[in-house]
Design a protein around this ligand. Structure first.
Ligand code: UDP
Length: 329
């Protein structure tokens, strides 16, 4: 039985991946410091996995204790834009130093593959659509920069230490167990909580901007295909093969809207060119937005304790975004 280490395994994508790997009979080890991940996400499988409550940004004996690991799926990271602008050092520690500490684990083990979860935010405001892996790298804020630096590290370790590594650049992943608490985060969590509270959806600008919303199960299949394939030292975009407007989400979720200001540094469109992953990993996404939203609505109770954002609280929460990235200094 192969042993897979999932960093960030108590988080949104991680916990879904853990379920998938267990269903395929892998032995799963999870490392997570539960800073944004939730024990609830893995409580149903705690007796089937090895759970290590550890902050990966801190070097330690835990690195040496991780033995006979066959695969590492490195998902642990700090996400969200605003806190990354306010505390870039924390993001550097988790996303860059943390990645280096995981690479040390990879070096100590004869791993068959390390998969890194990179972010489409590395493209910033892209010049061409769909955007391919060779497009310019233009991070707009510390979260995007630190995730990109993590990718540079893993690719470099692949080169120098001959580690089989693959980086997957995820585009707007959504699905069950996406984070519900804490900072102002991804749009689906915000809209679902607003829907449950019968409050209007806070649509940024005119809502015509589009995103490549990718359902979590498609992302997990991409991770798995990359893990078992003999492809290494490559970077792939992972998206839905489509791009959908915010107005389209509103149409599917149904409900009143209110408008909030366009956010500085935001692209009007994200849309992955996924032909490389299709060709080399023999992977393709299966869930379109309508089906994905149907699955969310069937599980909407998951968001019942999520904070309900409104114009005022969003204005407060995004002040540093406008302060640092906007024109008004
Ligand atoms: N968005 C919105 N209302 C919100 C939050 C987000 O209309 O309250 C829009 C935002 O303008 C963007 C899309 O939803 O076009 C996705 O935003 P999110 O923050 O989820 O991800 P991003 O693409 O910015 O990383």
């Amino acid at each position: 039985m192969s042993r897979v280490l999932v960093t960030g395994g108590a988080g949104f994508i991680g916990s879904n991946l853990v379920d998938y790997l267990l269903s395929k009979n892998y032995e799963v080890l999870v490392i997570d410091n539960l800073s944004t991940g939730r024990l609830d996400n893995i409580s149903h499988v705690l007796d089937k996995i090895t759970f290590i409550n550890q902050d990966i940004s801190q070097k330690g004996i835990w690195q040496l204790n991780l033995k006979n690991i066959d695969y590492i799926i490195h998902l642990a990271a700090l996400a969200d834009i605003v806190p990354s602008i306010e505390q870039p050092d924390k993001y550097f520690e988790s996303n860059v130093i943390g990645t280096m500490n995981i690479l040390e684990v990879a070096k100590n083990n004869k791993i068959k593959k390390l998969i890194y979860s990179a972010s489409s935010s590395c493209y910033g405001i892209p010049n061409s659509f769909p955007t391919n892996e060779l497009s310019d790298i233009k991070p707009q804020y510390p979260y995007a920069l630190t995730k990109y630096l993590g990718e540079e590290l893993i690719m470099h370790w692949g080169l120098v230490y001959k580690l089989p590594v693959v980086s997957l650049r995820f585009f707007n992943v959504y699905g069950i167990r996406s984070r519900t608490s804490g900072t102002y985060g991804a749009v689906f969590g915000i809209f679902l909580a607003q829907k449950l509270a019968n409050k209007p959806f806070t649509v940024v600008g005119d809502g015509k901007q589009t995103r490549d919303f990718t359902y979590v199960s498609d992302v997990i299949e991409a991770v798995y295909k990359a893990m078992i394939s003999n492809v290494s030292n490559e970077i792939f975009n992972i998206g839905s093969d489509n791009t959908y407007s915010i107005n389209k989400i509103v149409e599917y979720l149904k409900g009143p809207t209110t408008s909030i200001p366009k956010r500085p540094g935001e692209p009007d469109c994200t849309w992955a060119d996924i032909s490389k992953a299709k060709n080399m990993l023999n992977w393709k996404p299966k869930i379109n937005l309508q089906d994905g939203i149907k699955k969310l609505m069937e599980n909407i109770d998951y968001w019942k304790n999520a904070p309900v954002w409104d114009i005022q609280s969003i204005h407060q929460a995004t002040k540093s975004w406008f302060k640092y990235l906007g024109d008004e200094k």
